[in-house]
Design a protein around this ligand. Structure first.
Ligand SMILES: *[C@@H]1O[C@H](CO)[C@@H](O)[C@H](O)[C@H]1NC(C)=O
Ligand SMILES: *[C@@H]1O[C@H](CO)[C@@H](O)[C@H](O)[C@H]1NC(C)=O
Ligand SMILES: *[C@@H]1O[C@H](CO)[C@@H](O)[C@H](O)[C@H]1NC(C)=O
Ligand SMILES: *[C@@H]1O[C@H](CO)[C@@H](O)[C@H](O)[C@H]1NC(C)=O
Ligand SMILES: *[C@@H]1O[C@H](CO)[C@@H](O)[C@H](O)[C@H]1NC(C)=O
Ligand SMILES: *[C@@H]1O[C@H](CO)[C@@H](O)[C@H](O)[C@H]1NC(C)=O
Ligand SMILES: *[C@@H]1O[C@H](CO)[C@@H](O)[C@H](O)[C@H]1NC(C)=O
Ligand SMILES: *[C@@H]1O[C@H](CO)[C@@H](O)[C@H](O)[C@H]1NC(C)=O
Length: 476
């Protein structure tokens, strides 16, 4: 769908007014689309078959690592995160505990503990370089349990090269690099990069390699390659000779058949780019292909079975939001992520009288993660909710209490289904709550909340790189 950019219509008007005394016929202007949209699909629906509290902790761990990065704080160590998982397991009824190899977990913890204390000061905590993969799955693979949840988020498709080859990419608002596998890409296990689409001179005549290397280090390994220029088409908009990365080496976190995406599309700010090149969003804007460096998300809700996720570049898609509910706020995060102040929090009919909470918004996080005291206060107003010894809450799966956040003076309610996150176990009337307290790390003396899909699925969410603002609206 093509829509007119207000700004270009306005300029055209000014142009007509300016010249109208002399010019009679005005050349027809080619209208520029103000924005383009592409579908977003969930990359995974994992976790249903696993044990509620343990899966919850995996999600919390993933969130804590991201929160640390987004607020510039030290990331919790693998030891802390795995300890938190062990505590969850130890709290399970004995029948369910036996699913886990506690002896192996204990062994791994002992080894991690030793490593933690053997290191020189300053290198103690693992630095979480990138937000997408940060599980050292391999270091605890013998437990068949990863430290972090593997729900990656959402995927979109792009076309690259002279042959318009389709790539499925993981969209990550927490990083800013675009990469796809290179032809002949190697996995670190000695194999190739799996059944994933690759790019190179054999599939694209416009493929233009530079000698410039790049690498991105994940806690679990690395992806590296070189920079290239090639034509990238997103939602029908073609960027000629866009600069991005092809990966010649990938760790086995990316290569297996089970990984449903070929590479990554980072949608964060340029400042987060590790390849040191402008993002696709910036390039489209600089090339005047879109009218503003704005990116907007309508995340799909699994429970709605609508498959209506959408990412929009260049503006906000009026199909998806109610214009009466739009609020635009200054971004208060200084690290290249997105955060705004929350004016009030209401649960059911109770106003919690909180006026100084901050939410960091991240499409790559599942839960809402808040300080324990806040999490406890919220749940104390949800009838039937229960807290366990490790500080996590369950809620009745059929809960109807509405939590609302007031942002920019407007109230944004959450669908209770998003809080009743998933069943504690099959047949249980109780669900793990999607509002969780982090149980480890030095994150709880302040008012930062990390809000992922549990909240973001309820709103239309848009960011503007140039104005450094976040816009939120109710979905239509
Ligand atoms: C989740 O994904 C699996 C395959 O990974 C699929 O078999 C299953 O049906 C999906 N669950 C739902 C609820 O669609
Ligand atoms: C693992 O360690 C925990 C905590 O110290 C302990 O309670 C548990 O019995 C240990 N389990 C095994 C199998 O070693
Ligand atoms: C991850 O685990 C592997 C295998 O145990 C190990 O060789 C590697 O050093 C670990 N990486 C980090 C960053 O802990
Ligand atoms: C281009 O795409 C077509 C259709 O998918 C395919 O048949 C052809 O082999 C491709 N060409 C190259 C050079 O990959
Ligand atoms: C490849 O890119 C360089 C710019 O770095 C340019 O000078 C050169 O002409 C390009 N080559 C092709 C074949 O487009
Ligand atoms: C990439 O993989 C190749 C082949 O396995 C290997 O020779 C090379 O050292 C790897 N490069 C990096 C940077 O890991
Ligand atoms: C901000 O929050 C903290 C922690 O909840 C609280 O102690 C403090 O009084 C609050 N400040 C204001 C101005 O509300
Ligand atoms: C929720 O489910 C419980 C049984 O698990 C039932 O007793 C209760 O009436 C239900 N509440 C609502 C509001 O449907």
């Amino acid at each position: 769908m093509i829509r007119f950019n207000e700004h270009s219509v306005f300029s055209l008007l000014a142009f007509i007014l300016l010249l109208s005394s002399r010019v009679i016929a005005v050349p027809a202007a080619t209208p520029k689309p103000s924005f383009v949209s592409i579908p977003l699909t969930p990359a995974s629906n994992s976790s249903e078959e696993l044990q509620g509290p343990v899966v919850l902790q995996q999600h919390i761990n993933r969130g804590l690592r991201r929160l640390a990065r987004m607020t510039g704080r030290q990331s919790p160590s693998d030891y802390d995160l795995l300890s938190a998982i062990r505590n969850r397991i130890l709290n399970l009824p004995s029948g369910r505990r036996s699913h886990y190899k506690l002896d192996k977990i204990n062994e791994t913890l002992a080894a991690l503990h030793q490593r933690l204390h053997a290191k020189t000061p300053g290198s103690v905590a693992t630095r979480d370089e990138d937000s997408v993969l940060s599980t050292n799955a391999s270091s605890i693979h013998n437990t068949h349990l990863s430290i972090e949840a593997q729900d990656y988020g959402y995927m979109a498709q792009l076309k690259i090269g002279s042959n318009q080859t389709v790539f499925t990419l993981l969209v990550d608002s927490g990083s800013s690099d675009l990469w796809v596998p290179a032809e002949g890409c190697h996995g670190d296990d000695g194999g190739d990069c799996g059944p994933h689409t690759a790019l190179g001179p054999h599939v694209s005549k416009t493929f233009n390699a530079t000698k410039q290397p790049w690498s991105i280090n994940y806690v679990s390994g690395a992806v590296s390659g070189y920079l290239v220029r090639d034509d990238v088409t997103i939602a029908g908009l073609k960027m000629t000779a866009h600069e991005f990365g092809v990966a010649t080496n990938e760790t086995k976190d990316f290569t297996p058949d089970s990984i449903p995406f070929d590479g990554l599309l980072g949608t964060g700010k340029d400042t987060l780019s590790r390849q040191g090149v402008p993002t696709l969003l910036t390039s489209l804007y600089k090339a005047k292909r879109i009218s503003a460096p704005i990116i907007s998300y309508k995340l799909p809700r699994w429970a709605d079975f609508k498959n209506d996720g959408e990412m929009t570049l260049g503006g906000m898609d009026p199909q998806h939001y109610d214009p009466k509910t739009v609020v635009t706020m200054k971004n208060i995060n200084t690290f290249g992520y997105w955060a705004v102040d929350v004016g009030a929090v209401q649960i059911g009919s109770t106003d919690l009288k909180w006026s100084n909470r901050t939410i960091l918004m991240d499409t790559g996080t599942t839960l809402m993660i808040a300080p324990q005291a806040d999490v406890d206060a919220i749940h104390s107003h949800i009838p039937g909710s229960k807290r366990d010894d490790s500080g996590s809450w369950t809620v009745p799966c059929n809960m109807t209490t509405v939590l609302s956040l007031t942002i920019g003076g407007k109230k944004f309610p959450l669908d209770p289904r998003d809080i009743a996150f998933f069943q504690v176990e099959g047949g249980s009337p109780d669900c793990m709550s999607g509002i969780a307290a982090g149980g480890v790390g030095p994150f709880y003396q302040n008012n930062d909340w990390l809000v992922g899909d549990v909240f973001l699925k309820n709103v239309y969410f848009s960011t503007d790189d140039e104005k450094n603002t976040v816009t939120i609206a109710k979905q239509k």
